[in-house]
Ligand binder design. Structure first.
Ligand code: GAL
Length: 420
């Protein structure tokens, strides 16, 4: 063998060893930044952890408490700035688009193409899970915010029934008040009040108005008498909340309803996860009604696992997570526990309870009738600066730091303009 041949053989051997080395060096670990810290949320996440454990992946948990994810997104920015890029992050809507624009998200298309995600994930979700034709996030579920969660025993005790419009809603809350029960269990964080306001705007102005105001940012809609009336109605709801709501976490408000200390909560269907975790059943212990006057509309958010560009040694784990997330069996078992509905359109509703079945049917109908729209409060209406402006104005008004509905409208218009 000539020296040249020997050298070449050496290079080939080294390359083969290198290749084997790289294959061995795969980090069999999934790292996840998320804000699923309540009982119901943690139970749902456990489904994923144990599925991945069966495939031999360890779980590195990076929980950042704070419903709605504001704190998690702040922590994420700090992590990335410090060069500590996570494998995967629970993310919503325009936050995914923003990170994708910065070119830091991984391309999951090899998995998505192999598994045919394009055919089973609705276009409304693909708009956020794909960027520039490439899949950058794995959709976990579809939540919707326009629900109310009602304690059945309290409802029966006060002789109430499902309210189907604003006036009936107010009449029901009045009945609870008269009976000495806290009518409305509310938490005290800006995203919670804004999440409730999404529904108030839809019931007040209809979905077209909601779209003009929050999706088109139409100045006339934002400053309209309908927006003013929406704020007046929010002020009305404030009168049904107990005095110690300030700073309260959303799941503690849900617990008030579970225990029968309050009649109902206005919250996204992650609230159902808390009832299920407390071993309560829909129809017997609690009721899920659409926010009165919003029936037929689904104001959604979808949890997605956005993946960052990582070294080759972490790519297998990333692909495994993506595949495990969109797997039809997981989409059923996870969402049954979480309170949400599958992000795939081809998953049976057989394992879901009555609220889950309703959620799946409502989503299907909303897709068919074009009455599915993104939640402004949950990052599916506008990019982060607009959502933050919205959350802040709604929160200040709810807390009395903005005195009148007229002022709230003015401040909302100003804050939206400032975010442009
Ligand atoms: C939402 C998220 C839900 C739930 C909720 C409360 O933003 O989409 O999955 O976690 O926050 O934490």
């Amino acid at each position: 063998m000539s020296i040249k041949m020997k050298l070449l053989a050496g290079v080939v051997l080294a390359a083969a060893a290198g290749f084997a080395g790289a294959a061995q060096a795969q980090v069999k670990e999934v790292q996840m930044v998320h804000w699923w810290t309540s009982g119901g949320e943690a139970a749902a996440l456990n489904v994923l952890k144990s599925n991945l454990a069966k495939e031999g992946y360890a779980w590195k948990d990076v929980p950042i408490a704070g419903g709605g994810g504001n704190q998690a997104m702040t922590a994420l920015r700090a992590m990335v700035t410090a060069g500590n890029v996570p494998t995967s992050v629970q993310m919503l809507g325009y936050d995914i688009t923003d990170w994708a624009e910065q070119g830091v998200l991984a391309d999951l298309s090899p998995v998505a193409t192999k598994e045919g995600w394009d055919k089973v994930i609705p276009a409304a979700l693909q708009k956020f899970a794909k960027y520039d034709g490439k899949w950058v996030a794995a959709p976990v579920n579809v939540h919707s915010v326009n629900w109310i969660w009602v304690n059945k025993a309290v409802l029966d005790k006060i002789g109430g029934k499902e309210p189907t419009n604003w006036d009936e809603f107010i009449a029901l809350l009045d009945k609870a008040k008269a009976a000495g029960v806290i009518p409305l269990a509310q938490g005290g964080q800006n995203w919670q009040e804004a999440t409730m306001f999404d529904s108030v705007v839809v019931t007040t102005g209809g979905l077209d108005f909601y779209r003009k105001a929050f999706i088109d940012l139409d100045p006339a809609a934002l400053s309209s008498p309908t927006m003013k009336l929406s704020f007046e109605r929010l002020a009305k709801l404030r009168t049904y909340v107990d005095p110690s709501f300030s700073g309260r976490d959303w799941n503690l408000a849900t617990a008030m309803v579970i225990k029968g200390d309050a009649l109902l909560q206005v919250m996204g269907d992650w609230a159902k996860g808390e009832f299920i975790n407390a071993k309560k059943a829909p129809g017997t212990d609690f009721m899920c009604f659409r926010f009165p006057g919003t029936q037929g509309n689904v104001v959604f958010n979808s949890d997605m696992f956005a993946m960052f560009k990582v070294g080759a040694e972490r790519q297998e784990a990333q692909y495994a997570l993506a595949s495990a997330t969109v797997d039809p069996g997981f989409q059923s078992s996870f969402n049954v526990v979480k309170g949400s509905v599958p992000a795939r359109t081809d998953v049976s509703d057989a394992a879901f309870d009555a609220c889950g079945k309703k959620g799946i049917a409502d989503l299907k109908e909303a897709v068919a009738k074009n009455t599915l729209e993104g939640s402004m409060a949950q990052g599916y209406g506008q990019k982060a600066p607009f959502r933050a402006a919205y959350q802040e104005v709604v929160d200040k008004f709810f807390n009395g730091q903005i005195a009148t509905a007229d002022d709230a409208v003015k401040q909302l218009v100003d804050a939206i303009n400032a975010a442009k």
